[in-house]
Design a protein around this ligand. Structure first.
Ligand SMILES: [Zn+2]
Length: 255
């Protein structure tokens, strides 16, 4: 059984054929998934999906690209949702220096507030990082994020940074890029990080694995990520599937 730890089935790309996407995921062996909301409409929809399907859980937080739009009411709303029985983590949060909609200082402030919130509600943190590794690691350390731990979602950093994150009680989650022929770093990370600290995800509808690169991604394709990790580590597919699923249940506290 596979656990896709990061999906956006709440995205408009799945409005028309959600049921078919979900049945294909089940046929591929996906037993659980976490749907991530990152602004008002996507948080609302993630909760709806988690309430409609046993095997879908929700993660709620505010995306760094939109940090400038987050109000105090939004933060309070996320805090209220944290006590929902299907909400298993806070995020995705972090820093994104690729886009400049939200200035860096505002991104950092919104990031720190959400780490503090996660510690208050005792839920793990899901990190989005784009071109901001050093600042993310520094803020996680300063805010004592190790207390709740979390997940480096769709990790694209070096093996050295991955090891730093493990020390802070974080899991490393790999997605479609680990299957790309030219993706050296994710393959090195898959090799170096112990299976007990790895998670798998699709981040669908984005970042579809090979051979679907560039197309719409969906949770069933997480199987391709697990197959790639098994090949890199020289392990069986079943072992990768079982251990990453157990890891996900542990970090999200799901029985
Ligand atoms: Zn995401």
């Amino acid at each position: 059984m596979l656990f896709d730890t990061h999906v956006h089935l709440n995205a408009e790309q799945f409005e028309e054929d959600l049921e078919e996407v979900i049945s294909r995921a089940q046929e591929a062996g996906v037993s659980s998934m976490v749907c991530v909301g990152f602004d008002r409409p996507t948080i609302k929809r993630a909760i709806e999906l988690a309430e409609s399907y046993d095997f879908i859980y929700a993660c709620v937080g505010w995306h760094p690209v939109d940090a400038i739009d987050m109000t105090d009411e939004d933060l309070l709303w996320i805090e209220e949702l944290a006590s929902h029985p299907k909400v298993v983590a806070i995020g995705e949060m972090g820093l994104d220096y690729h886009w400049d909609k939200s200035p860096k200082d505002i991104q950092k402030e919104v990031f720190r507030k959400q780490i503090q919130l996660a510690k208050k509600v005792k839920l793990p943190i899901v990190i989005h990082n784009r071109e901001a590794t050093a600042d993310i690691v520094e803020i996680l350390q300063e805010e004592g994020a190790a207390e709740v731990g979390g997940i480096m979602h769709c990790f694209s950093g070096s093996p050295e940074v991955a090891v730093e994150c493990l020390k802070m009680n974080f899991y490393i989650s790999l997605g479609g890029p680990v299957t790309f022929k030219n993706a050296k770093k994710p393959k090195e990370v898959a090799e170096v990080v112990p299976l007990e600290k790895l998670l798998i995800e699709t981040d669908c509808p984005y970042l579809a694995p090979h051979p679907y690169r560039g197309k719409r991604n969906e949770p069933g394709y997480v199987k391709l990520v697990a197959e790639q990790i098994a090949e890199i580590k020289g392990l069986s597919f079943d072992e990768v599937a079982n251990v990453t699923t157990a890891n996900a249940k542990k970090i999200f506290d799901i029985n």
